[in-house]
Design a protein around this ligand. Structure first.
Ligand code: 5GP
Length: 212
């Protein structure tokens, strides 16, 4: 298991409805040391790819993207959730359905901050059905920018987002891929990854107990 899988196993909580709670270290209280490891790992996985901007979405992506930006030495832009229906021509806009809150949000990015010269790395905390990601991909495409890659902390591999994005040919790097989870038993099974941070060959898919 890599560092993030170990942390999920130690501190993650499996909730009913296929929700993995990681608010003790990822998206409420934030473990910055862990974020640094994530940034370092994405830097390694995207070595050789030209990236001059990171794009994320508020709120949970922002902290992770900011720490990652220290390793890529590029600015971070975050897509803002907007209630306003009157978006003027100065903004790129996409509609995003929230998996956790079951509502639709418009997300916007000012045209000032994204354009055809940009090679964008999208960073987010979770990939589930892929709506948040599709919204950000749409904004990159509206800007005429190049999508250089996508870095996700936790992909829920049993939901369709990851497969759809890989089938579209994008370079997607998820640091932990959860293939199944069981709220009653409090278990999470991770997908085998080819190599982890320490360069050790990945072991067989791993099932472990998390707190339920
Ligand atoms: P998607 O748009 O891919 O369906 O969902 C992505 C967004 O939903 C993430 O940015 C994250 O905020 C939220 N999300 C999806 N699944 C989970 C989950 O199991 N746990 C938590 N904490 N957030 C999730």
């Amino acid at each position: 298991m890599n560092f993030l899988e170990k942390r999920i196993q130690k501190d993650g909580i499996v909730k009913e409805g296929n929700v993995l709670k990681v608010d003790t270290f990822l998206n409420h209280q934030m473990d910055i040391g862990l974020f640094r490891q994530m940034g370092e790992e994405w830097k390694r996985r995207f070595e050789g790819t030209y990236i001059n901007k990171i794009l994320t979405i508020e709120a949970s992506g922002i902290g992770i993207a900011c720490i990652a930006s220290e390793y890529f030495d590029v600015p971070v832009v975050f897509a803002k959730k907007s209630k306003s229906i009157n978006i003027d021509g100065s903004m790129y806009m996409a509609e995003v359905e929230s998996f956790t809150h079951k509502c639709k949000n418009q997300v916007i990015v000012s045209k000032k901050f994204l354009g055809p010269d940009d090679h964008v790395l999208i960073i987010d905390d979770f990939l589930a059905n892929g709506c948040a990601l599709q919204g950000m991909i749409s904004i990159v495409s509206q800007a005429g920018a190049t999508l250089a890659g996508i870095g996700i902390a936790i992909e829920k591999g049993f939901q369709p987002g990851g497969r759809t994005i890989r089938n579209l040919g994008y370079h997607l790097e998820s640091l932990a891929i959860v293939d199944s989870m069981d709220a009653a038993a409090g278990t999470v099974t991770f997908r085998t990854q080819a190599e982890n941070t320490t360069g050790e060959a990945g072991a067989a898919a791993y099932t472990g107990h998390v707190r339920g």
